[in-house]
Design a protein. Sequence first.
Length: 83
Amino acid sequence: MEAREKHKFYGAVTVGERGQIVIPQEARDALEINPGDKLLIFGGMGKGPGLMVMKSEEVTKFVAEAMANLSNLEKLARESKER
């Protein structure tokens, strides 16, 4: 996949009667969203009302990296106290 733009507008969607939306094809292609992918929906992430949609595997990677970084920081803090 090519490097993604940080912020990109893919178009407008309409919420259907059952609360469903269709992710535009260009967005699905660029973000490699495929049938069967699990997406997580977050609210309240910005300064106003809105939604953020992320692939669950990306959230899992982010959390794993954050935990590894936290472990490293804790280790450095312990080592610093021992000196």
